[in-house]
Design a binder for this molecule. Sequence first.
Ligand code: SAM
Length: 180
Amino acid sequence: MNLRPPVYVLRLGHRKERDKRVTTHVALVARAFGAKGFFLTGDCDEVVIESIRRIESRWGRGFDVVSCLSNWGQLLEYWKKKWVTAHLTMYGIPALEVIDKLRRIDKPVLVIVGAEKVPREIYELSDFNISITNQPHSEVGALAVFLDRLYNGLKQNIVYRDAKQAVVPSPKGKKIVSLE
Ligand code: SAM
């Protein structure tokens, strides 16, 4: 599915000891809500990458993952030369005020989410600082709401390459079909 604008998610400052589950959920939300890929900075963590690969082995491939990115500054510099960056933060402009502008961008958008303390430069370097309410909550929640708003509630299901199974929506119970 060709969702516009294409989104890549940059997870800043992953801490191996504390953030495994949350970072994995950030990546899975990115994948499920239509982002094209995921960059992980901070500690290198194979457990996070393996969790994503495990999901892909059943539910399909096509989501790009770059882990162990040591220098987010370089990525941002490169991205900003050609494309657009948007940082999710409670201190930013409410998403509903900028979402129409973002929907009209026809370039890849790098959506940045933090872990603990986000460096000041991120606020300065980002083309947009966007809030999903002005209360502190979670990178997982912020990303899900942002992508859902950007893509207008994803009217069609995303189908990933080489999926072995798919869900059949059912009013009760669980129904899965094999695609093999
Ligand atoms: N106090 C931290 C800071 O310096 O930004 C926030 C940490 S919060 C647990 C982790 C991430 O969740 C943030 O970096 C931001 O990306 C996201 N986040 C939390 N609340 C948000 C909100 N209301 N709007 C947008 N993003 C939010």
